[in-house]
Write a protein that binds this ligand. Structure first.
Ligand code: 5GP
Length: 185
C-alpha cells in the first residue's frame, strides 16, 4: 500500500484555516486531520480530541521530554504540538494527513520531513483578519492584538511554503486546497 502524503497548512489566526480544513475533510476521502495538543483553554464549542487535546503545561512538557511530538511551538503564551505517533500511523495506513500549525512548527516539520507539502493561507486583508478575530467573540482585546502582531510575522514567512492561497472566498479556497492535494497525489 502506498504511504499517504503530509500536508502542512499555515496562515495567521483568523485566516480561515479551520473552516477550510473542516470543509475539505468532508469533501474528499482518505484525509486525516491531525489533532494537536495545546495548553490553551478550550473555546466555546471546541471538543476534546476533535479540535484539540487540551492538556496542562506539565503534561505538555512531559510529551516534549519523551519525544512524543513531531513539532511544537509556543504561540501567544501557550504550547501547541503535533502528536507524532498518530501522524505516522495514518501515513503508513495510506491516509493523507493535514496539519494546521503555525510557522515555527511548520519549519520544524519541513526540516524533518522534506517531502511534506506546505500550503499558506492568507486572509483577504489584515482588516478582514481583525474583523474575523473580533467576530469570534472568544478572544480578549489583548489576545486579538497579540494575534494581529503574530499575523504580520507569520505572513512574512509565506515564502517557505510551496503554495500560497488567498482566502477571500472560502468555497474557492477549499477548491484550491483540494486541487493541490489531488495534484500532489
Ligand atoms: P488557535 O489558538 O487559534 O486554535 O491556534 C493558534 C495557532 O496555533 C494557529 O496558527 C494554529 O495553526 C497553531 N497550531 C495549532 N496546532 C498546532 C500545533 O500542533 N503545532 C503548532 N506549531 N502550531 C499549532
Amino acid at each position: 500500500m502506498n504511504k499517504g502524503k503530509l500536508f502542512v497548512i499555515s496562515g495567521p489566526s483568523g485566516a480561515g484555516k479551520s473552516t477550510v480544513i473542516g470543509r475539505l475533510i468532508k469533501q474528499i476521502n482518505n484525509v486525516y486531520f491531525s489533532v494537536s495538543a495545546t495548553t490553551r483553554e478550550p473555546r466555546r464549542g471546541e471538543r476534546e480530541g476533535k479540535d484539540y487535546f487540551f492538556v496542562s503545561r506539565e503534561c505538555f512538557e512531559k510529551m516534549i521530554k519523551e519525544n512524543k511530538l513531531l513539532e511544537y511551538a509556543q504561540y501567544v503564551g501557550n504550547y501547541y504540538g503535533t502528536p507524532a505517533e498518530a501522524v505516522d500511523k495514518k501515513l503508513n495506513e495510506g491516509f493523507d494527513v493535514v496539519l494546521d500549525i503555525e510557522t515555527k512548527g511548520a519549519a520544524q516539520v519541513m526540516e524533518r520531513r522534506p517531502d511534506a507539502i506546505g500550503i499558506f493561507l492568507f486572509p483577504g486583508s489584515y482588516e478582514i483578519l481583525r474583523q474575523r478575530l473580533m467576530l469570534r467573540s472568544t478572544e480578549s482585546p489583548e489576545s486579538i492584538e497579540k494575534r494581529m502582531q503574530q499575523a504580520y510575522v507569520e505572513c512574512s514567512k509565506a515564502e517557505m511554503y510551496k503554495y500560497i492561497i488567498i482566502n477571500d472566498r472560502v468555497e474557492t479556497a477549499v477548491d484550491e486546497v483540494i486541487a493541490i492535494i489531488t495534484a500532489e497525489k
